[in-house]
Write a protein that binds this ligand. Structure first.
Ligand code: ADP
Ligand code: ADP
Length: 221
């Protein structure tokens, strides 16, 4: 059974803009799915509906394995939304604190997750002292620390320089290959979608219908 199933999903904003329509999509457990399309085609809208942050105005989104709780979905935004007054460790531990995990255990799990994204030794650093790439690593660690069933990333590396972006692509792929959480990755980069994803959903320009669905058989490292 799919993890998430979208049938006839559409979204019209109160402004009248029809952002997406006619979305028929199954997200299978362990998938690495890229949503590829030009700016404005409704990728973010679709991702936010999958996350439950926006309601479809038509169609349905089902989770056959059970309705997700807040810790079942990790969301990574294009701009890292870290708390500036908290250390990297405290930022990553926050979702665990909110889930009621005891402080010491939350810190240990957050520290282990920071190490998994290559930030061992930066636990006590504040976001402003970290580079853009490192802040994105902290955001990914925070999204994964609760071991969500689904990781959603909305053009996460778009603001980074190409080399940092390439490194983060590789490290995300390595994490996914090791742990096989389910990923939906929004991008307007053809390279990124082909390099990362198992499956690419190509969106037509607005209103974003699904143009094509491609299976990727790229050689892995
Ligand atoms: P993408 O992520 O592919 O760039 P978006 O989902 O952000 O596309 O936007 C799709 C369309 O919906 C665009 O025309 C955008 O202007 C519009 N839109 C996005 N968010 C809102 C909103 N909150 N209210 C009204 N229109 C919106
Ligand atoms: P970048 O940090 O350049 O965006 P990476 O996230 O791949 O790209 O980081 C590469 C490494 O460079 C980091 O693991 C870290 O060791 C080092 N580094 C980058 N920025 C800083 C910084 N502000 N302070 C200390 N070390 C840094």
């Amino acid at each position: 059974a799919p993890l998430v199933s979208l049938r006839g999903v559409a979204k019209r904003y109160a402004t009248g803009t029809l952002a997406v329509r006619g979305i028929e999509l199954d997200i299978r457990p362990g998938d690495f799915l890229a949503l590829l399309g030009p700016s404005g085609c409704g990728k973010s809208t679709l991702l936010r509906m999958i996350a439950g942050l926006a309601e479809p105005t038509a169609g349905r989104i089902d989770w056959p394995g059970g309705t997700p709780g807040p810790r079942d979905i990790g969301f990574v935004f294009q701009e890292p939304t870290l708390m500036p007054w908290a250390t990297a460790l405290a930022n990553v531990a926050l979702p665990l604190d909110l889930a009621g995990v005891p402080g010491r255990e939350a810190e240990a799990r957050a520290a282990a997750m920071l190490a998994r994204v290559g930030l061992q030794g930066f636990e006590q650093a504040y976001p402003r002292a970290l580079s853009g790439g490192m802040r994105m690593r902290v955001s990914i660690a925070r999204a994964l620390v609760t071991r969500p069933r689904l990781l959603l990333l909305d053009e996460p590396f778009a603001a980074l320089d190409e080399i940092t972006r390439f490194r983060l692509n590789n490290d995300l792929l390595e994490l996914w290959e090791a742990e096989r959480f389910t990923v939906v990755f929004v991008t307007h980069s053809v390279f990124e979608s082909v390099y990362l994803a198992r499956r690419i959903v190509v969106m037509a320009p607005r209103p974003g219908r699904m143009h094509a669905e491609l299976a990727v058989a790229a050689a892995r490292r």
